[in-house]
Ligand binder design. Structure first.
Ligand code: DQA
Length: 149
């Protein structure tokens, strides 16, 4: 049997990881984050499809794609968390488990980051743990998928 696929989506500006506000997001790159996710997934018997886009509509189309292709979704919607009802609606339409991840603790930052539309649709949220948040999200999804069997 092939490994269940987890779609890992990253929103705007996350391609700049490593150089963008390293005091907030750390010095690790998006490529490094993909490697961490791939290694973690392999250890859990999962496969990942890891993507990043700066375009809201592209992220929404990828969320739609997840319904038929993926067993679960991990998404860091970045700034679209705080603005995008369309992304929230797309996630709401999924019936696979969805975990939202933020590298930084959005609740410790500016007030406009405290609210996430995506959190209204996600099954769980991890924030403030840096790259480890993605690793923990994969572990949690693996548990959820096992429970569902
Ligand atoms: C972020 C937090 C968002 O508020 C911000 O716009 C980002 C990254 C995070 O991972 O901490 O781009 O989602």
């Amino acid at each position: 049997m092939s490994a269940p696929l987890i779609l890992v989506l990253n929103g705007p500006n996350l391609n700049l990881l490593g150089t963008r506000e390293p005091e907030i997001y750390g010095t690790g790159t998006l490529d490094g984050l993909e490697t961490l996710c791939a290694e973690t997934a392999e250890g859990l018997g999962l496969a990942i499809d890891f993507r990043q886009s700066n375009i809201e509509g592209e992220l929404i189309s990828w969320v739609h794609e997840a319904q038929n292709r993926a067993a679960g979704l991990i998404i860091n919607p970045a700034a679209y968390s705080h603005t995008s009802i369309a992304l929230m609606d797309a996630i709401q339409a999924l019936d696979i488990p969805v975990l939202e991840v933020h590298l930084s603790n959005i609740h410790k930052r500016e007030a406009f980051r405290h609210h996430s539309y995506v959190s209204l649709a996600a099954d769980g949220v991890i924030c403030g743990l840096g790259f480890a948040g993605y690793r923990l999200a994969l572990i949690a999804l693996s548990d959820i998928l096992e429970e569902d069997q």
